[in-house]
Design a protein around this ligand. Sequence first.
Ligand SMILES: NC(=O)c1ccc[n+]([C@@H]2O[C@H](COP(=O)([O-])OP(=O)(O)OC[C@H]3O[C@@H](n4cnc5c(N)ncnc54)[C@H](OP(=O)(O)O)[C@@H]3O)[C@@H](O)[C@H]2O)c1
Length: 274
Amino acid sequence: MDRKIGIIGYGSMGRMLVEKFLESKSVSTENLLVANRTLEKIVHLKDKCTVCESNREPAKEANIVFLCVRPGDMKDILLEIKDCLKEDSLLVSLNGSIMFEQIEQIYKGKIAKAIPSVTAEVNQSQTLVCYNERVTEADKECLSGLLSCMGTVIELPEQEMGMGSELVSCMPGFIAAIFQELCASAKKHTSLSESQIARMVLHTMVGTGTLMLEKEYSFEDVIARVATKGGITEEGTKVIHEQFPKVADEVFEKTLEKRRQTTIKAKESFEGTR
Ligand SMILES: NC(=O)c1ccc[n+]([C@@H]2O[C@H](COP(=O)([O-])OP(=O)(O)OC[C@H]3O[C@@H](n4cnc5c(N)ncnc54)[C@H](OP(=O)(O)O)[C@@H]3O)[C@@H](O)[C@H]2O)c1
């Protein structure tokens, strides 16, 4: 029997999973079940998968159930579906702030967390996963195989999912913000158009990443190759090394603090459910 996959919540993440599973043919039309609070948003999927009128339907039928909802909606959904999940089902939360400890107050079975990044859209996600103790090696292999349709899968301990998310899930935003500033500065000194500048920088970014990964260069190696002593590049790298550490430290101080607060809030939302 083929495994059935359930998706609860058809927002940004749920839609991406549905699209990727179907596009890669990792899940067949008959094995994919989707539910969403607003049913009208999923009726158009009726030729592509089973459109479910309640969350209990995918919970009852599927072997792997993805919860693609905001943290504030998680507790009620868990209470709604806990009794109809199969004994051997794997429940996968897409949310990083809700800890296994909270979910286990309601559902005591196999649980995983999976955090994809926006680069999944071009099959370049580094999807982070972690598991509770009940998940078997076979379950891990199955989930990892499924998620590999949108990139690579990295298993981390639960306590490292926060920093892991900063590095792969938030990083596209950080990279975009840093290069947005660099491009805006470049524009002040050139008649090249914004889009020309952006394209040149983006290709250089991709090329630099590929160079480093393929040749196993460190950041220092790249700098040493480009920034010759007394040369032009060195003037720029000196400024970055002098001024940027303060910004970089503040980025992580702020985001990790926000993450801590979100985890506390998520914990509070589960209080009284034991
Ligand atoms: N966005 C990202 O880049 C990203 C990356 C990694 C992880 N995550 C995590 O993934 C989760 C989903 O994020 P998202 O960005 O996809 O959120 P989203 O776009 O707001 O989508 C949430 C979906 O959940 C549905 N929903 C809410 N309550 C429901 C219920 N009781 N039953 C069924 N469906 C319900 C909503 O339905 P309606 O159509 O009625 O609103 C909506 O379609 C979050 O926990 C987030 O932290 C997000």
